[in-house]
Design a protein around this ligand. Structure first.
Ligand code: SF4
Length: 209
């Protein structure tokens, strides 16, 4: 008999999407475990290893329980790196429940075509992106870390179509990073790059998870 699908999960919680174009929308987060990168600035290192092998039905059950107290219409699969696991059975089940699904990925695995919204956040030093993403990503999020350069922003601008925004997200909302983000935005403008914008992590401003 075929075993029901499972996913390794770190946590499931209701909050507000604090990043990117969906910023401000109530959202239930499913944080999946495991990541193929080891970014020094990672603020979810707890998701790098371990995690609980959880049946997809149980994940959906928990999402629906959280939804009793949340107006969320969206579920965000995040990590770690969510696309390191097969998330399609979970996306299908969430769709059956009438929910929309965002996937936040570092972009190194093939994109999941059944997701309603793909947020790709390529990481230094190589900013590698699977070739399937430029056509599918709704937004590109770049963490304004010490390693981010104007050249990396330029490479992302030429990799993704002009209509796909590139969002500069300060690392942990730190003052040095916000200052750098503004400088990168100005330098990008002077270099003729378009579709670059500033952001902050809204959930941290509001003291949410
Ligand atoms: S890709 Fe994301 S989750 Fe993985 S180490 Fe980097 S910041 Fe952390």
């Amino acid at each position: 008999m075929r075993r029901p699908p499972t996913l390794k999960t770190t946590e499931i919680f209701a909050s507000v999407q604090g990043e990117g174009l969906r910023q401000g929308e109530p959202t239930i987060f499913v944080r999946l475990s495991g990541c193929n990168r080891r970014c020094g600035f990672c603020d979810t290192k707890k998701a790098w290893r371990g995690g609980r092998e959880t049946p997809v039905d149980k994940i959906v059950e928990e999402v629906l329980r959280l939804r009793l107290d949340s107006p969320a219409e969206w579920v965000c699969l995040t990590g770690g790196e969510p696309l390191a696991q097969d998330v399609r059975p979970l996306i299908r089940r969430l769709h059956e429940e009438g929910l929309k699904v965002q996937v936040e990925t570092n972009g190194t695995f093939p994109p999941e075509p059944e997701a309603d919204w793909l947020t790709v956040s390529p990481k230094p030093p190589d900013y590698d992106v699977h070739p399937g993403f430029p056509k599918r990503a709704r937004e590109v999020k770049l963490v304004v870390c010490r390693a981010l350069t104007l050249d990396a922003v330029r490479t992302m601008r030429t990799t993704f179509p002009p209509a796909t925004p590139i969002i500069l997200q300060p690392q942990s909302n730190a003052p040095w990073s916000r200052k750098k983000a503004l400088k990168v935005l100005e330098d990008a403008g002077r270099s003729g790059l378009t579709g670059i914008r500033l952001s902050v992590q809204l959930h941290k401003v509001y003291g949410l998870r």
